[in-house]
Design a protein around this ligand. Structure first.
Ligand code: CU
Length: 173
């Protein structure tokens, strides 16, 4: 709390700061969705700039079960192609890549889909994503089956990395 107040005084860009300070973003409260042993929470996406061809979807996936599950695919009306992506180093460059076999959600573990890491990739968008709106995404799990989740659309930098913000708060004016 103290940190928050201090930072709020220092920064005009309190929106970004709030993301760094708390998982409870100022987005409409992301609903928790339970399907069998799988629980989805903290889902969000980001507003797109005009004519942006792609957007990312982020959420936390908990597998409380005794067997591994796998996020096989995703689909949404906002994109003609939707893939599950990972980020990996290609030489000195971080690139994203489709995971053709999907993303394993190990038994008893939580997998975070977040900016800079695993994400749902919305490609060939059918329209812009507008901050404050909500999009629907259908996730298809090997064990838990199809699960629909709402992704509130945050700012273009929603969920920007907290660590970075903490390390260099002055950099964001
Ligand atoms: Cu991607």
């Amino acid at each position: 709390m103290k940190t928050y107040v201090l930072s709020a005084l220092l920064l005009a860009a309190t929106t970004t700061l709030a993301h760094a300070e708390s998982h409870a973003m100022e987005l409409p409260a992301a609903m928790e969705v339970v399907a069998g042993d799988i629980t989805l929470s903290g889902a969000f996406t980001r507003a797109t700039l005009p004519n942006a061809p792609v957007a990312g979807g982020f959420l936390d996936i908990v597998n409380a079960g005794a067997v591994d599950d796998r996020l096989i695919s995703a689909a949404s009306a906002i994109s003609n192609v939707t893939q599950i992506h990972t980020m990996e180093m290609d030489g000195d460059v971080m690139r994203m890549r489709e995971m053709p076999d999907g993303l394993v959600i190990p038994a008893g573990e939580t997998v975070h889909l977040k900016p800079g890491g695993y994400h749902v990739m919305f490609m060939d968008l059918t329209g812009p994503l507008i901050e404050g709106e909500t999009i629907m995404v259908r996730l298809n799990f090997e064990v838990a089956g199809e699960v629909d989740v709402k992704l509130p659309v945050g700012a273009t930098n929603a969920g920007a990395m907290g660590m970075k913000m903490h390390d260099a708060p002055a950099a964001s004016e």
